[in-house]
Structures are given as structure tokens and as C-alpha cells.
Design a protein around this ligand. Sequence first.
Ligand code: GLA
Length: 372
Amino acid sequence: MKSSFKKHFGIEATVVAKAPGRLEILGNHTDYNEGTVLSVAVDRAMTVAAAKVDGKTCELYDLVIDSTKTFDLDKLDNPTKGDWSNYVKGVVQEFQKRGYTVPAFKATLKGTVPLSAGMSSSAALEMAFVLVIEKLAGLSLDWKNRALIGQAAENNYVGAKTGLLDQVSSLMGKENQLVYSDFRSLQVHNVPIPAGTAFVVANCMVKHNLTNEYNERREACELAAKILGVKALRDVTPEQLKAAKDKLPEVAYLRALHVVGEIDRVEKGSQALAAGDLDTFGRLMFESQYSSTNYFDNSIKELDIMVELAKTIPGHIGARLSGGGFGGITVHLVKADQAEQYCKTLADLYQKKTGLKTEAMICTAAQGAHYL
Ligand code: GLA
């Protein structure tokens, strides 16, 4: 990264940071309901090299898509729709709002996280820039503040009312480990990935756009919590929700049913992992997909097909959509020694069934965001 930075800008980079994308393994749309999630940081990341410059103008160069963006530190007000630099500008603005002085900088970036797929390329971009700006500004933030700056950039600047999952996963990942996050207490710890298993990721090849439908889902959850008289859906068990069904509009009830079911599945899944019970964990993943399809309505036909196909392939343990939904990726837990063949078979069967050409790949758990 340092040499490509020098080649492009003719000056030396003083900081390089790398932040991974993530897979959500269990616990869908639970983060902003103060629930729990099992996720993993993956070996697909955003790497950023940067150096301070004089003046007020920042210049970004994306090495992969050969795209340059410039912006003025004093004029960040209007995000342009669909512009990838919004995430960087949003991060800069959140530093500024917190009273930090962000120096002008030049940066090159290189990403290997697929875009708009559900692997949080945006959080990877945000976390890499949070680390870079922190260093250039001479600051030292803890992981919670790093995560909150990224989330606030997304909420306030980009306009997606997302939770903290993506940023926390990108920061707290470890090799061979899952990340267990409690979004009420903000307690996070790592959990070993069961030996002999691998994660396969397959994109259904329908791109998702999170802003509108995501925000609607969030509003429905908040409405349900309000009517039920609780702070967040975290405070409701599946039994309590079912008992209160008549109080809620149907859609809010169904959305809440998904969330409280997911929080329950994360607990059951964690126990199953601790007991080495992969069958139960796999079943919970399939149940999560069922719930997305039938209750939360954030699956689409292609995602459903992919997960149904998974059930027919040797080596499968469990599969579900991963992340916001409405397109994007599925994650599959499979037996490691069958993973390569599993990828081929899945892509093959999916193409036969839908006509869509996908690539299924094995993803390994990687270290969270760090300086290089
Ligand atoms: C997106 C959001 C996260 C989380 C997931 C769904 O990835 O950015 O905050 O809500 O969807 O679990």
C-alpha cells in the first residue's frame, strides 16, 4: 500500500490501516434492538494508506476502481447519493462533531470486500478511515468510540439507521474466532469456531440497498417495543410476545417475532457451540432463514432458493442470509473437508435453478481492524 500511495501522490504515507468485512452468523436485525449477535470478521478487507497535507482539501484515490474523490473539510454538508466517499466524509464529520481537529489528508484505498453484498464493505471502509484519521489527528480512541463514530457516520451522513454490528465485528474479530456481541451492555467476547468446520459465502447476485427497507424494519421494531412498554425488544421473550399478539399491528408483531426469535437463537446457538452440538447450531441457522422469509420479510426468492439448495448438499450444517437482507449473501456452515466441493455444487445448482451465475467461496475468520 505504501508504494502505491507514493506512486500515486508522490509523497510518503505515514499510516496504513486494514479493516475487515464481516459475516453475521446468527442474530439478524437484533443489534439495534439491544440484542445479541454471533458474527465473524473475514479475510476480505479494506486497506487505507494516508498522509497529512496542508490546507483543507482531502483527496481519496480508490486503487481498485481507479476513482478519485476530493472534498473540503469545511464543506461536508451535502452527501451525494451513491458516492462511496460519503462513508469517509461521514467519518470525518463525526470526528469534527466530537470536537477533534481532523487534518487534511491524502489517502489511497484498496478493498477486497464485495460491495453491496451484505459483508459490510461500508463498515470496513469506515473502520479503516477511523484508524487512519485517529493516527493523523494524534488521537487514541477505544474500540467503542471507534465503532460509534462509524455507526454515526452511517446514521447521520449516509442516512441508513443501522446498528453497531458491522463496526464492532470489523474491530473485534480474531483469527479462528467468532465475535459474540451484546448490544445492550456492549460486552463483546470471542468464541472459537468449531474445529473441522468452514464458512462458505455465496452471493445470490441480487444487490441490496439498505436505506429504505432497513429503516422501515427498524421503525416497526421500535413501534412494537413502544406498544409493549419496553425499552427495546431485548426485553421481551418469545412467549411474552406471543401472549401480547393482539396488542400489536400485524406487521409490527411479525417483525418483533423475528427479532425476539433471533435473540433466543443466539443464546441457544452459543450453548450449542459450547457443547460441540453442530446439528443444533445448523438447525438454528435454517430457522433463522425461515424467520427472515416468513416474519421479517427481508429475504428474497433468490436467497430462499440458495438456502433450500444448501440442505441438499453433502457437508452442509446450516445456512441463512447474512446481514441486512433484501439481496446480498448467504452464509453456510459446512464440514471443512467437504467445503470446496460444496462451493462448486452450490454454485452449479444455483445457476441451474435461477440462471444466475454466482461464486461460492470459503471465508476464514480474520483479525479485526489494525495498523500495518
Ligand atoms: C446491517 C446493519 C447492521 C445489522 C444487520 C442486520 O448489516 O448495518 O447494523 O442491523 O444489517 O443484522
